[in-house]
Write a protein that binds this ligand. Structure first.
Ligand code: HEC
Ligand code: HEC
Ligand code: HEC
Ligand code: HEC
Length: 227
């Protein structure tokens, strides 16, 4: 992933911060209202509404202060060296701190194997943020179907239980069907359906990605709250 310098959203120091905060929050309300976190003299303004499951989390649960004081960070920046100012970028390790998923069928570390190198051009499956997002009021930004083709184009099952076999689905380029029967991580107590007729409607799956209820039922695993 491209390492970015996190300065764009920083509002620095006194008067500017206060004035900026006051004028922005006046126009917004409720979950959309920007909350500020302040550390080392830098303030981070929320860039958008947070998904339901994360509504009760503190900003710092995901946003770690960058190393050094703000003054030191600015000095490094002034020398033209890329540096994280104020806060470090959110990374997969932070997500994994709370989302321990021992039974994950698609653990991100698997995708660092050389045979998946080409697939990573299509989807950054080796990082949580390759598919998930935050501040967009969605669980997933990667809800298109293309990424399944990146790994499963040669899919064959020895004893296929489906009424329309997997090879046929692949031949039909029916990549949008996959998540109407399978949950990606396999962390729900759901067994995939064996008839196309019984598959979840695509709209129900898309609604879940956009922060709606889960068609796959309740999760067997819950995130650890404290950090
Ligand atoms: C569940 C984790 C999580 C929580 C909680 C969270 N954020 Fe974020 N935030 C992210 C992710 C992921 C990104 C996008 C990746 C990145 O820029 O590091 C992001 C990006 C941002 C950005 C844009 C930064 C940039 O450089 O693009 C701001 C500003 C921000 N968050 C502020 C907040 C504030 C304020 C809160 C508390 C109200 C908060 N966040 C809570 C995960 C979180
Ligand atoms: C401080 C703990 C914490 C951190 C850090 C965290 N989460 Fe969560 N996350 C939760 C909690 C709590 C829920 C609510 C559902 C649950 O208990 O599993 C949740 C829910 C979710 C959900 C929706 C699941 C559902 O059924 O509602 C997704 C997707 C998710 N998190 C992804 C992420 C990603 C990606 C990151 C890293 C950017 C991240 N989380 C960081 C605690 C955390
Ligand atoms: C290649 C895309 C992809 C990547 C990478 C990915 N996810 Fe997911 N994730 C999904 C999809 C699709 C769903 C919805 C289907 C489901 O619930 O399994 C989902 C659902 C979830 C859920 C809610 C359901 C559950 O199992 O609790 C959580 C939480 C979650 N992901 C966390 C993570 C974390 C943490 C990472 C990084 C360690 C990650 N995901 C990496 C695609 C991805
Ligand atoms: C109508 C429901 C349905 C649809 C649609 C579907 N599957 Fe399946 N899939 C199943 C069932 C049932 C099995 C066999 C039971 C199992 O292994 O969990 C299976 C098995 C698999 C397996 C083997 C799992 C293993 O552990 O060996 C893979 C991989 C797979 N499907 C991928 C896909 C992909 C990729 C798509 C989209 C092209 C897809 N499936 C579409 C129901 C479905």
């Amino acid at each position: 992933m491209v390492k970015r310098v996190h300065i764009a959203c920083l509002v620095l120091f006194g008067a500017v911060t206060v004035a900026g905060l006051a004028s922005t929050s006046a126009a917004l309300s409720g979950r959309d209202k920007p909350t500020a976190i302040a550390t080392l003299g830098a303030t981070l303004l929320s860039s958008g509404p947070i998904q339901q499951g994360h509504a009760s989390l503190a900003c710092q649960a995901c946003h770690d202060p960058a190393p050094g004081t703000l003054r030191q960070q600015m000095q490094v920046l002034a020398r033209g060296t890329p540096v994280d100012v104020g806060f470090s970028p959110v990374n997969s390790a932070i997500c994994a701190d709370c989302h321990d998923r021992p039974a994950d069928r698609h653990p991100i570390h698997r995708f660092n194997e050389p045979r998946f190198r080409k697939a990573l051009d299509t989807v950054q499956a080796n990082t949580c943020l390759g598919c998930h997002s935050e501040h967009e009021n969605r669980r997933l930004h990667r809800a298109d179907t293309g990424f399944r083709a990146a790994c499963h184009a040669d899919l064959t099952l020895k004893r296929d239980p489906l009424d329309v076999p997997h090879v046929t689905l692949v031949k039909q380029d029916n990549w949008q069907s996959c998540l109407t029967c399978h949950d990606f991580h396999g962390n729900h107590a759901h067994s995939p359906q064996t008839r196309m007729q019984a598959a979840f409607p695509l709209e129900a799956v898309n609604a879940y990605f956009a922060d709606g209820p889960s068609p796959y039922g309740l999760k067997p695993l819950t995130a650890k709250d404290a950090r």
